[in-house]
Write a protein that binds this ligand. Structure first.
Ligand SMILES: *Cc1c(COP(=O)(O)O)cnc(C)c1O
Length: 456
């Protein structure tokens, strides 16, 4: 067995920790993000063998590389099998261009992949330590419900989710607020970035240390590692078996956790030809790639792909770190990353709401495939890439665009654009009629702190 990989903070001012500590802490004490000190490689024969395996078997083999000796293999295998009990459809659109539907989990968004695994890991570690935790998280729509569902009913964990009161859909809200028990849902009269700022401030507040706060946002390394797996899965299932096989992914991005999973997969050895990082009008990253200047967008811009309304993606510091740079939590870059290499690996593009709507209409009319706003940003990003580099548009090349949520989570938008009501997945049926538990807190830190102090 290899010694366990240690995790360093992207701010470089905190001690290195094991996976378990990084998972239970969330944010590093210097407010940086934990990153594996070493990216464990997967050999081509190991990757070749994935073609014959199921999703959970691939997940076990990929994630085990990051945990190694910390968790007994048989226990980990049970947790993985239990977490991934749903389909991961790869749907052909045209030629070898596919969408990967990451929307078949219990809350119908790709965030289930990470949340379900992280919940099971945290629960396991808390159980052996006989400890309790409060998971504090901010959501722009889908994280909250994925986390709340993944942790619902776990004895050692309480969950507090902050959401921007007017920026989530009714269905997204109901998926969190109808649970009760150990799940507290807090409406903030502000934006997602405000919720995220409140959460971050609480984490660094010494007077709240007694609460044992931990994070489940995509800043937690436990959220990131499970998101490496489906990139390997897509390649394993769709490759044509030639030795020079490669794959291009288009990833609709907000906080860049999804995309970081992909980039880590590539650094582990997955033969990725290109990542297309498609944002909505919050275009700080495509602009950074072009100009090498970073300006966060404050306040973030409201778009129909609401889960991507992020003006300062928290995982950007991780990407910068992977390319040799240093960015702090405020977005200041003290050491520049290798932009040449970054531009070689990544095509960044910003997609407007109008183009998002046109894409939903076009893909439905032409291919009878229903995209939702986030997946449509991904698909439009792929088109932008192929228009920019027409030589890449070869019918034999493999392209996968990620569909990150189920269209039924955005019924008003889909109905306005297509005039149809996408059928609800089983997991979302009946929640309209359930009772909601919501706590309203003002959008300022003292109010939020009072709430935390006196609720537990
Ligand atoms: C969260 C979310 C995204 C963005 O994912 P990041 O990891 O934050 O980039 C995209 N689509 C949907 C549906 C989401 O919920």
């Amino acid at each position: 067995m290899f010694p366990p990989i240690l995790y360093y903070s992207t701010n470089l001012k905190a001690p290195r920790v094991t996976f378990r500590e990084a998972l239970l802490k969330g944010l590093a004490p210097d407010r940086g993000l934990y990153m594996p000190e070493l990216i464990p490689p997967l050999s081509m024969p190991e990757i070749d063998a994935f073609s014959a395996l199921s999703y959970d078997e691939i997940a076990l083999r990929v994630m085990q590389k990051f945990l190694s000796t910390e968790l007994p293999g048989d226990i980990f295998a049970t947790l993985v099998k239990d977490a991934y009990n749903f389909d991961v459809p790869l749907e052909k659109v045209v030629d070898r261009k596919y969408i990967m539907r990451l929307d078949q989990g219990p809350t119908a968004s790709f965030k289930d992949f990470a949340a379900r695994m992280m919940g099971r890991l945290i629960n396991y570690y808390l159980g052996i330590e006989n400890r309790q935790l409060i998971i504090l998280t901010a959501t722009s729509g889908d994280t909250g419900s994925a986390i709340a569902n993944a942790f619902f009913g776990l004895n050692n964990i309480k969950v507090v989710v902050l959401f921007p009161e007017t920026e989530v859909t009714l269905r997204q809200r109901k998926q969190m607020t109808t649970l009760g028990k150990n799940i507290l849902i807090v409406a903030i009269d502000g934006k997602f970035d405000d919720c995220q700022a409140l959460v971050k401030q609480a984490f660094s507040d010494h007077e709240l240390e007694f609460l044992n706060l931990s994070s489940a946002n995509s800043i937690n390394i436990g959220r990131l590692i499970p998101q490496i797996v489906y990139y390997f899965y897509a390649f394993a299932k769709l490759r044509n078996g030639n030795s020079g096989d490669d794959i291009t992914f288009s990833v609709p991005s907000g906080n860049f956790g999804d995309m970081m999973g992909g980039v880590l997969a590539m650094k582990m050895g997955l033969p990725v030809r290109k990542f297309i990082i498609a944002t909505n009008a919050n275009d700080e990253f495509p602009v950074l790639l072009k100009t090498q200047k970073y300006d966060k967008i404050e306040p973030s811009r409201n778009c129909i792909s609401s889960a991507m309304n992020v003006g300062h993606p928290s995982n950007l510091a991780r990407l910068i770190a992977l390319y040799g740079g240093v960015m702090d939590e405020k977005g200041n870059i003290s050491k520049q990353p290798d932009y040449t290499l970054m531009n070689k690996d990544i095509h960044g593009v910003s997609i407007s709401d109008n183009l998002t709507r046109d894409t939903i209409r076009y893909v439905y009319d032409k291919y009878k495939v229903i995209l939702e706003p986030h997946g449509a940003v991904g698909w439009a990003g792929l088109n932008d890439y192929l228009n920019t580099y027409p030589a890449e548009d070869n019918p034999d090349a493999l392209f996968v665009s990620l569909e990150t949520a189920h269209p039924a989570k955005f019924p008003v938008e889909i109905n306005n654009i297509l005039g149809i009501d996408p059928e609800l997945p089983e997991s979302l049926k009946g929640i309209e009629h359930k009772h909601e538990y919501i706590i309203k807190v003002n959008n300022n830190y003292p109010a939020f702190k009072e709430f935390l102090k006196y609720s537990f």
